[in-house]
Design a protein around this ligand. Structure first.
Ligand SMILES: O=C(O)CCC(=O)C(=O)O
Length: 258
Protein backbone atom coordinates (compact mmCIF):
# COMPACT_ATOMS: atom_id res chain seq x y z
CA UNK A 1 0.00 0.00 0.00
CA UNK A 2 1.45 3.34 -1.07
CA UNK A 3 0.51 6.56 0.69
CA UNK A 4 0.02 9.68 -1.44
CA UNK A 5 2.19 12.75 -0.94
CA UNK A 6 -0.92 14.48 0.48
CA UNK A 7 -1.34 11.74 3.09
CA UNK A 8 2.33 12.02 4.04
CA UNK A 9 2.03 15.81 4.30
CA UNK A 10 -1.09 15.45 6.47
CA UNK A 11 0.78 13.12 8.80
CA UNK A 12 3.87 15.33 8.96
CA UNK A 13 2.01 18.60 9.49
CA UNK A 14 -0.82 17.49 11.78
CA UNK A 15 0.83 14.45 13.39
CA UNK A 16 -1.86 11.94 12.42
CA UNK A 17 -3.57 10.32 9.47
CA UNK A 18 -6.94 8.62 9.17
CA UNK A 19 -7.40 5.70 6.79
CA UNK A 20 -11.06 4.79 6.45
CA UNK A 21 -12.06 1.15 6.01
CA UNK A 22 -8.51 -0.15 6.05
CA UNK A 23 -9.90 -3.42 7.42
CA UNK A 24 -12.91 -5.13 5.82
CA UNK A 25 -16.08 -6.10 7.76
CA UNK A 26 -14.96 -9.77 7.65
CA UNK A 27 -11.56 -8.83 9.05
CA UNK A 28 -13.16 -6.72 11.76
CA UNK A 29 -15.43 -9.60 12.76
CA UNK A 30 -12.34 -11.76 13.26
CA UNK A 31 -10.52 -8.87 14.91
CA UNK A 32 -13.36 -8.48 17.43
CA UNK A 33 -13.42 -12.19 18.31
CA UNK A 34 -9.65 -12.48 18.74
CA UNK A 35 -9.52 -9.18 20.61
CA UNK A 36 -11.95 -10.37 23.29
CA UNK A 37 -10.36 -13.82 23.54
CA UNK A 38 -6.89 -12.27 23.84
CA UNK A 39 -7.85 -9.60 26.36
CA UNK A 40 -9.94 -12.00 28.48
CA UNK A 41 -7.11 -14.54 28.59
CA UNK A 42 -5.13 -12.03 30.68
CA UNK A 43 -7.90 -11.72 33.30
CA UNK A 44 -7.82 -14.10 36.24
CA UNK A 45 -11.46 -15.20 36.11
CA UNK A 46 -11.73 -14.48 32.38
CA UNK A 47 -14.21 -11.59 32.63
CA UNK A 48 -13.54 -7.85 32.74
CA UNK A 49 -15.57 -6.31 35.55
CA UNK A 50 -15.51 -2.79 34.10
CA UNK A 51 -13.89 -1.19 37.11
CA UNK A 52 -10.38 -0.55 35.82
CA UNK A 53 -8.73 -0.23 32.44
CA UNK A 54 -7.54 -3.64 31.27
CA UNK A 55 -4.49 -3.95 29.01
CA UNK A 56 -3.09 -7.06 27.32
CA UNK A 57 -0.67 -7.76 24.53
CA UNK A 58 -2.13 -9.42 21.44
CA UNK A 59 1.06 -11.10 20.28
CA UNK A 60 0.19 -14.66 21.29
CA UNK A 61 -1.31 -17.68 19.50
CA UNK A 62 -4.80 -16.83 20.75
CA UNK A 63 -4.92 -13.84 18.36
CA UNK A 64 -2.96 -14.89 15.23
CA UNK A 65 -4.84 -12.60 12.84
CA UNK A 66 -4.26 -9.53 15.01
CA UNK A 67 -0.61 -10.44 15.66
CA UNK A 68 -0.11 -10.92 11.91
CA UNK A 69 -1.31 -7.39 11.15
CA UNK A 70 2.12 -6.19 12.30
CA UNK A 71 3.73 -7.48 9.10
CA UNK A 72 0.67 -6.76 6.94
CA UNK A 73 1.64 -4.16 4.33
CA UNK A 74 -1.27 -1.94 5.43
CA UNK A 75 0.53 -1.39 8.72
CA UNK A 76 4.22 -2.34 8.50
CA UNK A 77 4.82 -0.77 5.10
CA UNK A 78 2.67 2.24 5.92
CA UNK A 79 4.68 2.79 9.12
CA UNK A 80 7.88 2.76 7.03
CA UNK A 81 6.48 5.38 4.68
CA UNK A 82 5.28 7.58 7.53
CA UNK A 83 8.64 7.50 9.29
CA UNK A 84 10.62 7.53 6.04
CA UNK A 85 12.83 4.63 7.05
CA UNK A 86 12.88 1.05 8.27
CA UNK A 87 10.86 0.41 11.39
CA UNK A 88 10.61 -2.13 14.19
CA UNK A 89 7.24 -3.52 15.28
CA UNK A 90 7.24 -2.97 19.02
CA UNK A 91 3.81 -3.97 20.26
CA UNK A 92 0.42 -5.25 19.23
CA UNK A 93 -1.98 -4.88 22.10
CA UNK A 94 -5.44 -3.99 23.26
CA UNK A 95 -7.33 -2.23 26.00
CA UNK A 96 -10.72 -2.31 27.57
CA UNK A 97 -10.82 1.37 28.50
CA UNK A 98 -12.91 2.57 31.40
CA UNK A 99 -14.21 6.14 31.37
CA UNK A 100 -12.03 8.98 30.11
CA UNK A 101 -8.45 9.06 28.87
CA UNK A 102 -7.01 12.42 29.91
CA UNK A 103 -4.77 14.51 27.65
CA UNK A 104 -1.20 13.25 27.19
CA UNK A 105 1.41 12.43 24.56
CA UNK A 106 2.85 8.90 24.75
CA UNK A 107 6.39 10.28 24.77
CA UNK A 108 8.08 13.60 25.26
CA UNK A 109 11.32 12.42 23.70
CA UNK A 110 11.92 13.74 20.22
CA UNK A 111 15.15 11.71 19.99
CA UNK A 112 13.31 8.91 18.21
CA UNK A 113 10.21 8.73 16.09
CA UNK A 114 7.37 6.26 16.41
CA UNK A 115 3.81 5.73 15.27
CA UNK A 116 0.75 4.17 16.85
CA UNK A 117 -2.14 2.71 14.84
CA UNK A 118 -5.45 2.56 16.71
CA UNK A 119 -8.27 0.24 15.68
CA UNK A 120 -11.58 0.68 17.50
CA UNK A 121 -13.86 -2.32 16.88
CA UNK A 122 -17.02 -0.44 17.91
CA UNK A 123 -18.52 2.72 16.34
CA UNK A 124 -17.44 5.79 18.30
CA UNK A 125 -18.48 9.45 18.33
CA UNK A 126 -17.22 12.45 20.25
CA UNK A 127 -19.70 11.76 23.03
CA UNK A 128 -18.96 8.07 23.61
CA UNK A 129 -15.18 7.94 23.63
CA UNK A 130 -13.84 8.65 20.12
CA UNK A 131 -10.15 9.50 20.19
CA UNK A 132 -9.34 13.21 20.13
CA UNK A 133 -6.02 14.64 19.03
CA UNK A 134 -4.50 18.12 19.09
CA UNK A 135 -3.29 18.62 15.50
CA UNK A 136 0.35 19.71 15.25
CA UNK A 137 1.12 19.00 18.91
CA UNK A 138 3.76 16.37 18.06
CA UNK A 139 6.46 19.02 17.54
CA UNK A 140 8.15 21.48 19.83
CA UNK A 141 7.48 24.14 20.96
CA UNK A 142 3.77 23.18 20.82
CA UNK A 143 4.43 19.72 22.32
CA UNK A 144 6.02 21.20 25.45
CA UNK A 145 3.65 24.15 25.78
CA UNK A 146 0.48 22.14 26.31
CA UNK A 147 -0.50 21.50 29.91
CA UNK A 148 -1.83 18.21 31.32
CA UNK A 149 -3.98 20.38 33.57
CA UNK A 150 -6.10 22.48 31.22
CA UNK A 151 -8.42 23.30 34.10
CA UNK A 152 -5.63 25.21 35.84
CA UNK A 153 -3.66 26.36 32.80
CA UNK A 154 -6.49 27.60 30.54
CA UNK A 155 -9.66 27.38 32.71
CA UNK A 156 -10.85 24.67 30.33
CA UNK A 157 -12.41 21.33 31.18
CA UNK A 158 -10.38 18.41 29.79
CA UNK A 159 -13.14 17.71 27.27
CA UNK A 160 -13.18 21.35 26.10
CA UNK A 161 -9.54 21.46 24.98
CA UNK A 162 -9.52 22.42 21.27
CA UNK A 163 -8.98 19.27 19.25
CA UNK A 164 -9.94 17.06 16.32
CA UNK A 165 -12.23 14.07 17.03
CA UNK A 166 -11.72 10.79 15.19
CA UNK A 167 -15.32 9.61 14.86
CA UNK A 168 -15.04 6.08 13.55
CA UNK A 169 -16.78 2.99 12.23
CA UNK A 170 -15.25 -0.47 12.61
CA UNK A 171 -12.50 -0.83 9.99
CA UNK A 172 -11.41 2.81 10.20
CA UNK A 173 -7.88 3.35 11.48
CA UNK A 174 -6.05 6.36 12.87
CA UNK A 175 -2.27 6.43 12.99
CA UNK A 176 -0.46 9.11 14.95
CA UNK A 177 3.01 10.19 15.93
CA UNK A 178 3.42 9.03 19.55
CA UNK A 179 4.42 12.55 20.58
CA UNK A 180 0.95 13.85 19.58
CA UNK A 181 -1.33 14.89 22.43
CA UNK A 182 -4.46 12.73 22.59
CA UNK A 183 -7.41 11.93 24.85
CA UNK A 184 -10.90 10.41 24.83
CA UNK A 185 -14.05 11.35 26.72
CA UNK A 186 -17.46 9.86 27.46
CA UNK A 187 -16.65 6.21 26.79
CA UNK A 188 -18.34 3.38 28.66
CA UNK A 189 -16.58 0.93 30.96
CA UNK A 190 -15.47 -1.45 28.21
CA UNK A 191 -14.39 0.71 25.28
CA UNK A 192 -12.31 -1.52 23.05
CA UNK A 193 -9.10 -0.24 21.44
CA UNK A 194 -6.58 -2.27 19.43
CA UNK A 195 -3.08 -0.87 18.93
CA UNK A 196 -0.02 -1.48 16.77
CA UNK A 197 3.15 0.43 17.62
CA UNK A 198 6.25 0.83 15.47
CA UNK A 199 9.47 2.64 16.33
CA UNK A 200 12.02 3.80 13.82
CA UNK A 201 14.89 1.35 13.46
CA UNK A 202 17.48 3.56 15.18
CA UNK A 203 20.68 4.52 13.39
CA UNK A 204 21.98 7.32 15.62
CA UNK A 205 23.33 7.04 19.19
CA UNK A 206 20.57 9.37 20.45
CA UNK A 207 17.74 7.38 18.88
CA UNK A 208 19.29 4.09 19.99
CA UNK A 209 19.61 5.28 23.59
CA UNK A 210 16.08 6.71 23.65
CA UNK A 211 14.57 3.53 22.24
CA UNK A 212 16.49 1.29 24.65
CA UNK A 213 15.25 3.36 27.56
CA UNK A 214 11.67 3.29 26.32
CA UNK A 215 11.91 -0.48 25.81
CA UNK A 216 13.10 -0.97 29.40
CA UNK A 217 9.98 0.81 30.55
CA UNK A 218 7.75 -1.23 28.18
CA UNK A 219 9.20 -4.47 29.51
CA UNK A 220 8.94 -3.27 33.10
CA UNK A 221 5.18 -2.83 32.81
CA UNK A 222 4.69 -6.34 31.44
CA UNK A 223 7.15 -7.94 33.87
CA UNK A 224 4.65 -7.23 36.67
CA UNK A 225 2.24 -9.70 35.03
CA UNK A 226 4.84 -12.48 35.08
CA UNK A 227 4.56 -12.96 31.33
CA UNK A 228 7.18 -12.18 28.70
CA UNK A 229 6.45 -9.19 26.48
CA UNK A 230 7.66 -11.16 23.45
CA UNK A 231 6.59 -14.77 23.95
CA UNK A 232 7.45 -17.86 21.86
CA UNK A 233 4.57 -17.37 19.40
CA UNK A 234 5.60 -13.82 18.51
CA UNK A 235 9.25 -14.81 18.13
CA UNK A 236 8.38 -17.67 15.79
CA UNK A 237 6.20 -15.87 13.22
CA UNK A 238 7.87 -17.02 9.99
CA UNK A 239 7.75 -13.78 8.05
CA UNK A 240 11.05 -12.28 6.84
CA UNK A 241 10.14 -8.75 7.96
CA UNK A 242 9.02 -10.06 11.35
CA UNK A 243 12.19 -12.09 11.88
CA UNK A 244 14.32 -9.04 11.10
CA UNK A 245 12.49 -7.16 13.90
CA UNK A 246 13.23 -9.98 16.34
CA UNK A 247 16.92 -9.96 15.42
CA UNK A 248 17.18 -6.16 15.72
CA UNK A 249 15.40 -6.10 19.08
CA UNK A 250 17.87 -8.72 20.32
CA UNK A 251 20.78 -6.58 19.06
CA UNK A 252 19.29 -3.64 20.93
CA UNK A 253 19.02 -5.73 24.14
CA UNK A 254 15.30 -5.14 23.96
CA UNK A 255 13.89 -8.61 23.30
CA UNK A 256 14.00 -10.19 26.74
CA UNK A 257 11.58 -9.15 29.48
CA UNK A 258 13.45 -10.50 32.48
O1 LIG B 1 -8.49 6.11 25.18
C1 LIG B 1 -8.03 5.98 24.05
O2 LIG B 1 -8.70 5.63 23.08
C2 LIG B 1 -6.57 6.31 23.81
C3 LIG B 1 -5.69 5.58 24.74
C4 LIG B 1 -4.30 6.11 24.69
O3 LIG B 1 -3.97 7.04 25.36
C5 LIG B 1 -3.32 5.55 23.78
O4 LIG B 1 -3.61 4.63 23.03
O5 LIG B 1 -2.18 6.04 23.79
Amino acid sequence: MKLSSQQLDHFNVFGFLIIRQLLSPEEMARFGREFNAGLDSWIENGKHDGRLRHYATLMEEISPFIAGLAHDHRFGVVAEQLLGKEVLAIAVDGNYHVNDTLWHPDTRSLDYSAVKFCIYPDPLTGSNGALRVIPGSHRDPFLSQISREPEKAYELAQSDVPSYTFESQPGDVIVFNVALWHAAFGGDNCRRQGVLVYYEDPDTPEATAAIKEQMRSNHGKIAQTGRPFYGPYWRSIPHARHQRWIRRLAELDSLETF
